[in-house]
Design a protein around this ligand. Structure first.
Ligand SMILES: [Zn+2]
Length: 213
């Protein structure tokens, strides 16, 4: 598909945010367990004073529809459970997503386990999608309290990562869970969680540039 580069900035795997999604192994939890994902291609409108989420669009490669980024958002409860991709409520197709590298490796290794169920799982998932996208609200969420919201999200993510990295991963890898590891993990994941929340807030509220003549 061809996109209007004058109007939109095109985000694909070369964009730092998308690259981060590919590289950060921690995001395997977001992707495989929570079903959070990002599209292979995203279009960001250059012009405008609108915040980021109002300027971001997800194009459907099957029907060409430009979906507002808000269609797949926390306020519509559609940001998670997108294990197979983003559902296009226009053509009922699935918009391809960028996979995290660690997820891909994990999926490849465990393929003999889930490969058999893949088709029926996908069909079941697809069946549930129209219902999820029936009442989509594309209005800007209330601006107030966003700091609190992102802070909460960052802290929650940090806590999640702390538990995963300190207890669950060593347990799976049959490594020892040490008191030292438990202690060190607190400041690391607290900082990581807070900065994650902070960057998400800035990123989501970022204003567009003025269109160059
Ligand atoms: Zn479509």
């Amino acid at each position: 598909m061809k996109y209007d580069k004058k109007k939109y900035k095109i985000w694909d795997w070369k964009n730092p945010v998308v690259l981060h999604w590919i590289i950060n192994p921690g995001l395997v939890i977001n992707e495989l367990i929570l079903g959070q994902t990002i599209p292979k291609v995203m279009l960001i409108e250059h012009e405008g004073k609108k915040p980021f989420y109002k300027r971001s669009f997800i194009p459907c490669p099957h029907c060409g529809e430009l979906h507002s980024g808000l269609k797949y958002s926390a306020q519509n409860k559609t940001v998670l459970k997108n294990w197979f991709g983003f559902y296009c409520d226009n053509c009922k197709g699935i918009i391809p997503v960028q996979r995290n590298l660690t997820s891909l490796i994990l999926l490849a290794i465990t393929f003999p386990i889930w490969g058999w169920f893949m088709k029926s799982m996908k069909q079941n998932w697809l069946k549930k999608q129209p219902e999820r996208f029936k009442n989509i609200n594309l209005e800007t969420p209330e601006e107030k309290n966003t700091t609190k919201k992102w802070l909460k999200m960052g802290l929650f993510w940090g806590l999640f990562m702390y538990v995963a990295m300190t207890f669950i991963f060593p347990f799976i890898g049959q490594e020892e869970i040490t008191r030292m590891g438990m202690l060190i993990g607190v400041p690391i994941w607290l900082t990581a969680g807070l900065s994650f929340g902070y960057f998400m807030k800035i990123w989501m509220n970022k204003k567009g540039n003025k269109l160059k003549a």
